[in-house]
Design a protein around this ligand. Structure first.
Ligand code: MG
Length: 376
């Protein structure tokens, strides 16, 4: 049963190019399937989330992170009576615009673009992937996704200024996105905050004592687990605490969002869109605990000494390859040389680099920049 304020597939604004209805899959189900069958989606498996494959096969990569976000998002959507198929499509596509090498890669690509007067934004890049770069259908370029999925790709995690982004004018930038899209940003955070504690602990970069000392929500649930299972091995107590955190934050998000919808007297999708602020939100207490966890991860994991050599290497690889192709555009693949006839060269290189997996960019770097020092 859909809530009165959910997105209804029969009221979708549709696709850029009309297509006949499928006999038994509705438009959002087809969009979800198109995302799963795209090349960009498969590449997520070889893109770093926080840890590269070098560390262990157990750690999350962008694909397994994406699956976790989809699972959590569907649970929340079902409880709030939202459109689960749209939510699933948005969750599966939410990280598709990320470059190789995680945070470091994104920073390096943005820096390379800024040196040439541009910038890199992964939401905008995701839109370019689904509109242009995926070439799978004879009848149209891109995936020809519905308006609601494209809007969610752009608006799930931030607001764009209409004056700065005239190219996005069709996406109703003066309005909030539907709750289906609002959810994704929060679910993403819940998923990676808990997963990164898990992987960071497994990697022995984060120590139990330090997590208990600095992450209030973890300390609270770990104490409960110790009372209940005093004899359990430390790793299982850790897992139980993490599971409780995940459950607590998800429940809080469901309950707080439902309460905000009720107190705002929101009854329709249009009410959601025209409400002055986003309605999907954690309670003040949970929000404080979320922010504390995130700060801890930034301080003690993402920029920790053990991960530094990899980060520096990632930045070097992206910077050097970008400058190599700026100086030698004839070394780009033929299709990208074609793009460069109509688009600025830095933009074309940026699109090419952003689409690469960790493995592929390292091979490209070896091929083109491996002898850089010898040749000056
Ligand atoms: Mg994500």
């Amino acid at each position: 049963m859909l809530a009165s304020y959910a997105v209804r597939v029969e009221e979708s604004r549709g696709r850029l190019r009309d297509e006949p209805q499928h006999p038994y899959r509705d438009a959002f189900q087809r969009d979800r399937d198109r995302v799963i069958h795209s090349r960009a989606f498969r590449r997520l498996e070889n893109k770093t989330q926080v840890f590269t494959r070098r560390h262990s096969d157990h750690f999350r990569n962008r694909l397994t992170h994406t699956i976790e976000v989809a699972q959590i998002s569907r649970t929340i959507a079902a409880q709030l009576g939202l459109n689960e198929d749209l939510v699933e499509a948005l969750a599966l596509v939410h990280d598709i615009g990320h470059p190789p090498f995680g945070h470091a890669g994104e920073k390096a690509l943005d820096a390379a673009m800024r040196a040439h007067g541009g910038y890199f934004d992964h939401n905008l890049h995701a839109l370019r992937i689904v509109e242009h770069f995926e070439q799978r259908y004879a009848g149209f370029p891109g995936l020809n996704l519905t308006f609601e999925v494209r809007e969610g790709i752009i608006k799930h995690s931030r607001d764009y200024n209409a004056a700065e982004h005239p190219e996005l004018s069709e996406y109703l930038l003066d309005q909030r996105p539907p709750l289906e899209a609002q959810l994704i940003d929060l679910t993403d955070e819940i998923a990676y905050n808990t997963a990164d504690l898990d992987d960071g602990f497994e990697a022995r970069i984060l120590k139990l004592g330090e997590i208990r000392e600095r992450v209030g929500i973890f300390a609270r649930f770990y104490r409960e687990v110790e009372t209940k299972y005093p004899q359990a091995p430390e790793k299982l107590k850790f897992n139980e605490a993490l599971k409780s955190i995940l459950n607590h934050l998800v429940t809080d998000l469901i309950e707080n969002t439902r309460a905000r919808v009720e107190s705002a007297k929101v009854a329709t999708l249009d009410d959601v869109r025209r409400h002055p602020e986003r309605l999907a939100r954690l309670s003040a207490d949970a929000e404080r605990e979320r922010a504390e966890t995130k700060k801890f991860l930034y301080d003690c994991l993402y920029f920790s000494t053990p991960l530094m050599p990899e980060k520096e290497r990632a930045e070097e690889v992206i910077r050097e390859l970008f400058e190599f192709w700026m100086a030698h555009p004839d070394e780009l693949p033929r299709s990208y040389q074609e793009f460069a006839k109509s688009d600025p060269l830095p933009r074309v290189i940026c699109d090419y680099v952003a689409g690469m997996t960790d493995n592929y960019i390292l091979a490209q770097h070896k091929k083109f920049c491996g002898t850089k020092k010898a040749t000056g």
